[in-house]
Design a protein around this ligand. Sequence first.
Ligand SMILES: [Zn+2]
Length: 355
Amino acid sequence: MSLYAELHRHLGGSVVPRVLWRYFERNRPDLSSRFPDYGAFEQFYTQPRNTLAEYLELHTLVESVQTHEALPYFIYRLIRGAYIFENLAYLELRYTPYLRTPEHLPQNQRIEAMAEIVEIVGQASQQPEYPIVTRQILCMHSRLPYAVNQAIVELAAQYPDYVCAVDVAGGDAQYGDRLEEFIQLYQRAQSLGLKTTGHLYETVEGCHPALLPYLMRIGHGIQIPLRYPELLREVAARGQCLEVCPTTYLKTGTLSEIHQLKEVFDRCFEAGVDIAICTDNAGLHNVRLPFEYENLLTQDVIGFDALQTCQEAAFRHAFAWPHNLPPSTLLTDILQVPSPEPPLHGAQTAALAIS
Ligand SMILES: [Zn+2]
């Protein structure tokens, strides 16, 4: 038996279609009535998009209903599903808190309202009946103004029990002329003791080498082995881990078939760069973490040894896993079938030697 660590999952994309549909039926008939039935909704919700930008539009649909009243409803179901169906022992959940605050408020009041969102997500994630070590990653956003992103970094540092890191999201093609801003914000995050990750080198438009040194893990990063393999040496030297989310690249049109990922894994392994396999948006894709693993195996992208290497890497690069070893190491000892003749203790051995 294995327990897994998930390092890259967006709160907005974590709601499986059934749960979202039921919520709409109960609370937002204006949204559910746009579709003739559940099947039509699921088709709309999970179908591949042409570009990353179109794909991200879908997030706004979910974000709009993940208000502070509804968040516990979604998070309870998220944690329950992750425990029961995905065997998660560790989960880093990421989102942009500003986008969960009431839209009608002015910016400064929305900034103030973010702390409550962090507390709600933190409290709702702790469910004794489904024990998973959970932390939040707060996402800066490429479409939000500097002041908001700055407030997100400061807020992250104020909740060390709930928040482990900051990220930047919103499409890596959008950072272009704001790179200096994000570099400053990452420097500030590091000075506050926060861990760092960021969506980078996901698409061909998102390759910004200047930002790379500030990230402890790289959100996606697949364009590094695919198009800039010469960077792999420094990525390995910095101990950076790639968060590879296989289904995403097919849903966003970044890759045309999953087998293209073989080159990503092969080149990273060869260069000594760790990869954690993640879901990104398990609900939106309707693909849970064990199925990401299984798809890679059945499509011959990686073998079982490589899979286990990646699963262990996920725990090693987890920002807040509280143990030195992954849980499978502890479980193996407990689950080991006892041999029919238990080994002799020292005293018994001595007695036998005398007789
Ligand atoms: Zn992502």
